[in-house]
Design a protein around this ligand. Structure first.
Ligand code: 4NP
Length: 145
């Protein structure tokens, strides 16, 4: 069974949205999300993100933020990050010798021309983030055996 962890900064906007979208596309996979920061640990996804997701049929209401830890390496086939800052923060915690694949979400949606998923907590473009996340999740599904 495929095991995928989505990672962003706060774990209240982009990565929980990616978790919800990917769960809908691949209900049999083992999917989770986490943030590199700890500010929102224990909180549900940000209200405006939940609303935008719900409008597309994704219920994020039961998700709770947690922080990414070194122990996540080894638990996942693939760790998918939302931007270059997430990538650096995750790589900083990689245990020596660990070979887990860490990749950018946008690598799975080359047709969008985007190199990261902009943070809607700051851009306020929740639908734009969801468009990109949906495209990349479809790409992950298409490229995962
Ligand atoms: P996310 O967005 O990384 O997509 O969950 C953020 C939400 C909150 C904060 C940062 C990013 N924050 O610093 O509070």
């Amino acid at each position: 069974m495929t095991r995928i962890l989505f990672v962003c900064l706060g774990n209240i906007c982009r990565s929980p949205a990616a978790e919800g979208v990917m769960r809908a596309l691949a209900p049999d996979w083992h999917i989770d999300s986490a943030g590199t920061g700890d500010w929102h640990v224990g909180e549900p996804p940000y209200g405006p993100m939940q609303q935008a997701a719900r409008a597309r049929g994704y219920d994020l209401g039961s998700l709770r933020a947690r922080q990414f830890t070194r122990a996540d390496f080894g638990l996942w086939d693939r760790i998918v990050v939302m931007d270059g800052s997430n990538l650096a923060n995750v790589e900083r915690l990689r245990p020596p010798g660990d070979g887990t694949e860490v990749v950018l979400m946008t690598d799975f949606a080359p047709e969008t021309g985007m190199s990261e998923v902009p943070d809607p907590y700051y851009t306020r473009d929740f639908d734009g983030a969801l468009d990109l996340i949906e495209a990349a999740a479809r790409g992950i599904l298409a490229r995962t055996g």
